[in-house]
Design a protein around this ligand. Sequence first.
Ligand SMILES: Nc1ncnc2c1ncn2[C@@H]1O[C@H](COP(=O)(O)OP(=O)(O)O)[C@@H](O)[C@H]1O
Ligand SMILES: [Mg+2]
Length: 226
Amino acid sequence: MITFEHLSHRFGDRPVLSDITCRLAEQRIGIIGANGSGKSTFVRMINGLATPTEGRVLVDDLDPARHGREVRRRVSFLFSDPDAQIIMPTVGEDIAFSLRRHKLTADQLDQRTAAILDTVGLSGYVEHPAHLLSSGQKQLLAVATVLVTEPDILIADEPTTLLDLRHTRAICELFATLTQQLVVVTHDLNVVADFERVLVIDEGRIVADGDPGECIDFYRRSMGVR
Ligand SMILES: Nc1ncnc2c1ncn2[C@@H]1O[C@H](COP(=O)(O)OP(=O)(O)O)[C@@H](O)[C@H]1O
Ligand SMILES: [Mg+2]
């Protein structure tokens, strides 16, 4: 459960989020809205990548501003650019890097690596140089590196922005199989159309919240697009 309590945020004098109060309990929640409306700042609050100027956010009963490490163990964050997330030379080493604090034996590590690569459709790529994967495959690897630590919540900020249709679909199909709570920021409205809930953010406020179809219609109308 993610709870925002009268949360506001400013960069200098500029308000970016204004008095947001909401509870995010549904399994799959989409966040949509215009460029610069505050979507990234909103989701970055959830794992302490940004801290509120006023109010607070709680993940279960933990405040990321005070309990950053515990929160980040439960909440993983996926960025649009997988190159920002891939660290090690090979696919297998990159997964192992995510698990470095898990004190696994070599066999356990191999098993966890094989299982997660199977889940994301990259079986057989363990030895493959990570930087030679296609953008879509890199994003699948980035998803694997965050999922392998078994977070309770996955936040994804425009995860399909750099992907072609086929890889966008692969990410969506993968998201549909996850048991984690998912919070996805996107400009691709198809990605969140079958989620349980969508929030529309405009100028730092939640201006529509609820049924995805209705919220997507609201957003299209507000942008003057049919
Ligand atoms: N580090 C920063 N310093 C100053 N202003 C920022 C910073 N990050 C974001 N902003 C501003 O905050 C507003 C909201 O940004 P952001 O949350 O990234 O919006 P979105 O993800 O909806 O495009 C924008 O006006 C942006 O310029
Ligand atoms: Mg953003």
